[in-house]
Design a protein. Structure first.
Length: 311
């Protein structure tokens, strides 16, 4: 069985005739099941690759934000994420399914990952994020745990809510498009709704968002604000974007994306503001050198340590 057909099957893009051929291929040899599991693991851990030469014509909000992955890229990109993987294959006839285990995805520094959950929900995970989810959802609910940032396009399943658990609170939806930023080490939490409806719960407080609204945790309380632009969510494409943000805010983001500590010399002016974008894969030093052109500072990096000094 050729890999391209298998990858189209994982995407749900195969015809009934192709699915019948895959079933026959699986039944013809036990070794074929191992091949399918291996390729599915690679499929679910392939990194999103942003190609700045490609442009998508403006369309719907979802289309503007969607990052497409060419089949050749999927077949050639090396998986760099450690993952304990379980997969259930519906086309194995009446064989009993094993008990689903919990899966864990951890994204390396400066990378991002796209994964399709068992219900068909698409999730993009940002740098230094971790997600835990079951190999098979229950009949009544779909629940995952997130530490970090993720962009979700949730498959609509009436009566079967999709719940994202974070250290700051829970987000519950039935089918929608939204972004969650909940890094436990940052002590900050934001949920932004692009389409549909979500309910955010923290302790005894519950807020229902409407499209183009974001809820943030501020001084222990959830507050709602409008979404003013889509650039924030372009991290899916491998871009770190800033829109009139202070130097201090930018440095905090760079610390998060690259898992480094940035020490400022006392008296360093962090109030100056900057708008622009960087390619995440270029690394933190490339971003700092671009910032130096407008914000005037010097930096040193300690060899072998994730520590940067700025003055």
């Amino acid at each position: 069985m050729d890999k391209e057909t298998l990858y189209r099957f994982f995407e749900g893009a195969t015809s009934p005739e192709e699915e019948s051929e895959i079933r026959k291929w699986l039944e013809s040899s036990p070794a074929h099941r191992d091949i399918l599991l291996r390729e599915r693991k690679l499929f679910d851990t392939c990194l999103l690759v942003y190609d700045p030469r490609k442009r998508v014509r403006p369309a719907s909000r979802r289309q503007r934000l969607r990052a497409s992955i060419p089949m050749r890229t999927l077949l050639q990109t090396a998986a760099t994420v450690a993952i304990t993987f379980f997969v259930s294959i519906w086309l194995l006839g009446n064989d009993p399914l094993p008990e689903p285990g919990m899966l864990s995805l951890e994204v390396p520094i400066g990378q991002r990952i796209h994964v399709t959950l068992p219900d068909g929900t698409s999730v993009w995970l940002n740098s230094c994020s971790k997600m835990e989810y079951p190999g098979l959802f229950t009949e009544k609910s779909r629940e995952i745990t997130l530490d970090g940032e993720a962009y979700f396009e949730v498959t609509h399943q009436p009566g079967k809510p999709f719940v994202v658990h974070t250290v700051y609170g829970d987000i519950e939806v039935l089918g929608t498009t939204f972004n969650v930023e909940a890094y436990s080490q940052d002590d900050s939490f934001t949920t932004s709704l692009l389409e549909g409806s979500v309910q955010v719960t923290r302790d005894e407080e519950t807020i229902v968002l409407e499209p183009d609204q974001a809820v943030r945790l501020s001084e222990g309380k959830l507050t709602i604000s409008p979404i003013t632009g889509l650039h924030t969510y372009r991290w899916k494409e491998g871009l770190i974007c800033f829109d009139n943000e202070s130097f201090g805010q930018i440095l905090k983001k760079l610390e998060k994306y690259y898992n480094v500590q940035i020490h400022l010399q006392p008296g360093t002016d962090t109030s100056r503001r900057y708008s622009g974008k960087f390619r995440q894969e270029d690394g933190i030093e490339a971003a700092l050198k671009i910032l130096q052109k407008d914000l005037r500072f010097t930096y040193t990096r300690e060899p072998g340590r994730p520590l940067i000094h700025i003055k």
